[in-house]
Design a protein around this ligand. Structure first.
Ligand SMILES: Cc1cc2nc3c(=O)[nH]c(=O)nc-3n(C[C@H](O)[C@H](O)[C@H](O)COP(=O)(O)OP(=O)(O)OC[C@H]3O[C@@H](n4cnc5c(N)ncnc54)[C@H](O)[C@@H]3O)c2cc1C
Length: 377
């Protein structure tokens, strides 16, 4: 059965699908969005909401910075529950080697007009007195910010709906491509363009897309206003995020407007179930307590898990999928999908509408990852 014809059908109502729906709908296109669950029920509900400029590669820098600027421009339109706070990031250095990394990052950002400040041990302690005393310094990145990801996704989706987007929740897609999305119950949505924004599950809909699930845990504390001012991330986080095989944890904490603290984070491959893994959770909390001993006294309310969508080269897949001219991907954002959702949507829609993108898009094109052209079923 085919009931409606759309310009674009999007599978996935996470932050990436919502941002795409919003961008397409505001440009006057007829949009349908399908999700087998609810808005923001996947990784988006587990994400910390740190909108961070990153520098692992030029391509990663360009996408994160561009997207951060799009979030900044959106600030005045965001509802209060999105809890937009420009709290800044402090990358925390535990030893002289990590202090070298602080200086390298400072130079890198400075050359690209991102303001940063090198902190010595005293300055770090002044800004975050609850960190353990022996830390040697850090890098303050004042323009980094935090948001509440599920609320942001809901805002984007509701805005898309105001521009006519149709939302099909609790509907599972069995096939996406060849100009249609076919649901598991046989219902079909016909569309000129189909966007696979199914996050860590994108590979199930588009065979040949190499996405691995990378499980993460997050703990939410009770309210402790004033305990923490900035998003704090240990510089060892970079080693943890880069590790491609082993399970890893890193100190990464975020202040919420409510006074609650989000404690992260962990990375695991090969863990397919959503349940909390008490062993990795304890490791993660031990790491956090090492950096901020006061956290150990706090009551925690709950732990959440989610699956990041990891690509082999650590860059997302944004653009056409070879072999099916109706099919586009918007996935593979690993630990940066909240940050980069707005830029993803912008450059995807630019590609489709023939608008010149504001940053070079080649590093994100899915053709780099296509093992073999996709075939229609
Ligand atoms: C612990 C943790 C902390 C994180 N912290 C941050 C952070 O601070 N900053 C940051 O930028 N990023 C962070 N991330 C990463 C971020 O959460 C993800 O990159 C982002 O949420 C991906 O969004 P998405 O829309 O692509 O995927 P998802 O939110 O997973 O959405 C995909 C949607 O597709 C739907 N779906 C899948 N298959 C089908 C199907 N067959 N039919 C219909 N629907 C389907 C799912 O139900 C889901 O709703 C974190 C991730 C984790 C796990």
């Amino acid at each position: 059965m085919s009931l409606a014809a759309y310009d674009v059908a999007i599978v996935g109502a996470g932050i990436v699908g919502a941002a795409c729906a919003d961008e397409f709908a505001r440009r006057g296109m007829r949009i349908a969005v399908v999700d087998r669950d609810q808005i923001a029920s996947g990784a988006t509900s587990a994400g910390m909401g740190h909108i961070v400029t990153m520098d692992d590669s030029e391509a990663q820098f360009a996408l994160t910075r561009y997207s951060q600027q799009l979030w900044q421009k959106l600030r005045d339109e965001l509802p209060i529950d999105v809890e937009y706070e420009q709290c800044g990031t402090i990358w925390v250095a535990a030893d002289a080697e990590e202090m070298e990394e602080v200086r390298r990052k400072h130079d890198y950002y400075g050359e690209r007009a991102v303001p940063t400040e090198v902190l010595d041990a005293q300055a770090l302690r002044r800004l975050e007195p609850n960190l353990r005393a022996e830390l040697v310094g850090g890098l303050l990145v004042p323009q980094d910010l935090v948001i509440n990801p599920p609320c942001a996704a809901r805002f984007l989706m509701e805005r898309a709906q105001k521009h006519g987007a149709k939302l099909h929740l609790d509907r599972s897609a069995a096939q996406a491509g060849q100009g249609k999305v076919r649901m598991t119950d046989g219902f079909e949505i016909m569309a000129n363009i189909v966007v696979n924004a199914a996050g860590a599950y994108a590979g199930e809909l588009t065979p040949g897309v190499e996405i691995k699930k990378r499980k993460g845990h997050l703990v939410i504390t009770d309210r402790y206003p004033g305990f923490l001012q900035h998003q704090l991330v240990e510089l060892g986080y970079l080693k943890s995020a880069h590790s491609i095989s082993s399970d890893s944890v890193a100190f990464n904490v975020q202040p919420r407007r409510t006074g609650q603290i989000l404690i992260g984070s962990s990375r695991q491959y090969g863990a397919e179930h959503r349940e909390v893994d008490s062993e990795i959770l304890s490791r993660m909390l031990r790491r956090a307590h090492e950096y901020m001993p006061g956290l150990a006294q706090m009551s925690t309310l709950r732990a959440r898990t989610g699956f990041r969508a990891a690509t082999p080269d650590k860059l997302p897949l944004i653009g056409p999928w070879p072999g099916d001219e109706s099919l586009f991907l918007a996935t593979g954002h690993e630990g940066l999908g909240i940050t980069t959702a707005l830029a993803t949507a912008r450059i995807l829609v630019d590609q489709i509408t023939g608008t010149k993108p504001e940053i070079p898009i080649e590093p994100y094109l899915p053709s780099r990852a296509a093992k073999e052209p996709a075939h229609a079923e």
